[in-house]
Design a protein. Structure first.
Length: 182
């Protein structure tokens, strides 16, 4: 398989289903941002997390590919079968959030991103995830988007926030709490 096809040289690309759209199309922006998020998750894994966290993040990366496939498909023209998300995918994130929160101190302040390189990358991934969610919600106003995609991205951003807190906790890093000047 050739990496370059030259079919996008004039600023268009194809959705699954064959429809050609400009590369700035909202659907392309959505799955491009999900791809960016997936790269952020890969970096977090490479920076070194516990084996159980790595396994969850690996599943997240898989589900982000599923989301990318769903977003890259023209909902009206594609007959191609693509994988889907299910309630168990969302439940996994919720379970992981609950498990981490069970050992973390109560959250009493907003948290400023930072503390270590890996914690900062969790916060960057959380922000990219929120951007992806906003874009997908916008797309859903114009075209069909599986509601599970929006729910999953929402829960994933929560998971990434709690993971950042858990990594601080595990490594004895004091969280950067925001204490507003009043």
């Amino acid at each position: 398989m050739k990496i370059y096809t030259k079919t996008g040289d004039k600023g268009e690309t194809s959705l699954i289903g064959g429809v050609r759209v400009p590369k700035y199309h909202l659907r392309i922006e959505c799955y491009g941002t999900v791809d960016e998020l997936n790269s952020c998750i890969g970096l977090i894994r490479d920076l070194g997390v516990e084996a159980d966290q790595d396994a969850v993040l690996r599943q997240v990366q898989d589900r982000l590919f599923v989301i990318g496939s769903l977003l890259a498909s023209d909902p009206e023209r594609s007959k191609m079968k693509v994988p889907d998300l299910n309630n168990e995918d969302i439940a996994l994130l919720e379970t992981e959030i609950d498990n981490m929160n069970a050992v973390l101190p109560e959250l009493r302040h907003f948290i400023l991103p930072g503390g270590s390189v890996i914690v900062s990358h969790c916060h960057i991934a959380r922000c990219v995830c929120r951007r992806a969610e906003r874009l997908v919600v916008h797309l859903a106003e114009e075209s069909f988007v599986d509601q599970q995609v929006i729910i999953y991205l929402n829960r994933l951003s929560d998971y990434l926030f709690v993971l950042a807190r858990k990594l601080c906790f595990d490594h004895g890093i004091v969280e950067n709490t925001w204490l507003p000047r009043l």
